[in-house]
Design a protein around this ligand. Structure first.
Ligand SMILES: [Zn+2]
Length: 325
């Protein structure tokens, strides 16, 4: 058992107890083998602290209130009105008022240990197994809806379906995304270049007879269709929510696809040799070739890139899992 750490500030406390988890207003980790959650009523060390410890459901004698015996400092803190304890079948609550003061007086870790001592006297021990089925395979400590729990992958799957991999509980391979990325890039840049080749074609066919506003409206529709039907939806199919690298990869594809599409368009317009040759000789010419242009089309191009990056990042955002713990 580790020595009680000396802590006097919230940061020190969070570090000392290794409360690595953070979800909404809940900080959580594992202390003395018990999943431990901490909620601060207004988020600061000066507010009241609400701790909860989880354990596998314990059958207290039917109809009998469990006899609670605490070592110091809990009895004193309760007498003085600084602490409240409530013990249920699978959950013990400890409220510490004016948490900052309790930390300053080094009362928090001792109070938690008094509570754990009381749980042990009731026959409640920290276990390494799932609190819900007792299984020992792939057990993890998670938080949901303001509570922590120790649960196995099988029980999670029972609650939320077989899609455990999409939920960030396990590391997920980026291989499908990495394989898909070049394909997505090619299709996207082809689509982008295609839109512009189409616009050229319309101009050429209709000459001056088409009104610039209808063309602009048509372009907006094309861009929206590009965003909606773009191959990046393939990403959506395999992207793992919870894996930020999926978002980065999607954003990188969007960033690269548009300039590549532009290049494709310019090459189609002027021929491979008249573009590639000069660019190879004077590499800075690439910026002229890829210039988004000014006016409405330029702005739309930049907005499309920005929108696409935003979509890629938001698609890869961790999905909130709501478990009943
Ligand atoms: Zn289980």
């Amino acid at each position: 058992m580790p020595a009680d750490p000396a802590v006097s500030t919230l940061d020190q406390f969070v570090r000392a107890l290794d409360l690595k988890g953070r979800r909404d207003h809940l900080l959580w980790g594992v202390w003395r083998g018990f999943p431990l959650g901490l909620t601060l009523t207004d988020g600061s060390a000066q507010s009241d602290a609400l701790f909860h410890l989880r354990y596998a459901e314990h059958a207290f004698a039917r109809g009998e209130e469990p006899k609670l015996e605490f070592a110091e400092p809990l009895p004193r803190l309760m007498d003085e009105g600084w602490a409240e304890v409530e013990i249920r079948d699978d959950l013990a609550w400890l409220t510490l008022k004016r948490f900052g003061d309790r930390l300053q007086r080094d009362e928090v870790v001792p109070a938690l240990d008094s509570l754990i001592g009381c749980l042990r006297s009731l026959g409640i021990e920290a276990v390494a197994t799932c609190h819900y089925c007792g299984g020992a395979e792939q057990v993890t400590t998670v938080a949901s809806k303001g509570r922590v729990g120790q649960i196995c992958a099988k029980c999670i799957e029972e609650q939320i379906g077989p899609d455990v991999n999409r939920l960030g509980f396990r590391a997920r391979s980026l291989a499908p995304l990495a394989l898909l990325a070049p394909l997505v890039l090619l299709l996207q840049s082809g689509l982008w270049g295609g839109i512009w080749i189409g616009v050229d074609w319309v101009f050429e066919k209709l000459g001056g007879s088409i009104h610039i506003h209808s063309l602009a409206a048509g372009f907006v529709v094309l861009v929206l269709a590009y965003l909606a039907a773009s191959p990046a939806f393939l990403f959506r199919l395999v992207a793992n929510r919870g894996n930020r690298r999926a978002g980065l990869l999607g954003a990188a594809c969007a960033l690269l696809a548009v300039p590549l599409g532009e290049l494709f368009h310019v090459v189609q317009q002027f021929g491979t040799y008249s573009v590639i040759g000069p660019v190879l000789k004077h590499p800075t010419l690439i910026f002229t070739v890829l210039n988004p242009g000014d006016g409405l089309f330029g702005i739309l191009k930049l907005l499309t890139i920005a929108g696409f990056i935003g979509m890629s990042v938001s698609w890869a955002k961790p999905k909130k899992i709501e478990l009943e713990l």
